[in-house]
Design a protein. Structure first.
Length: 79
């Protein structure tokens, strides 16, 4: 089953988080972010992966998901 455009947007947003620091979050600015990023942040918040509807910090589930996302990106980026 292929990734949907919504899932790709969520993966892209998750890849912006630093999984090594729980003190660093992100902010998806409503006036400058793409509609896809704004919607992805809202979905990730609804799923319990981030603490705010517009970014914030990763939850414990979010940290685990980002680690998996980073592994996936690493495997797919290998030449």
């Amino acid at each position: 089953m292929p990734f949907t455009p919504d899932q790709i947007a969520e993966l892209n947003l998750l890849s912006l988080f630093d999984s090594t620091s729980s003190q660093e979050g992100i902010k998806v600015h409503q006036h400058s972010a793409s509609p896809e990023a704004i919607a992805a942040a809202e979905r990730l918040y609804s799923k319990g992966l981030i603490t705010q509807h517009d970014g914030g910090y990763l939850t414990s589930l979010g940290v685990e998901t980002v680690e998996h996302t980073q592994k996936l990106l690493s495997v797919l980026s290998t030449a």
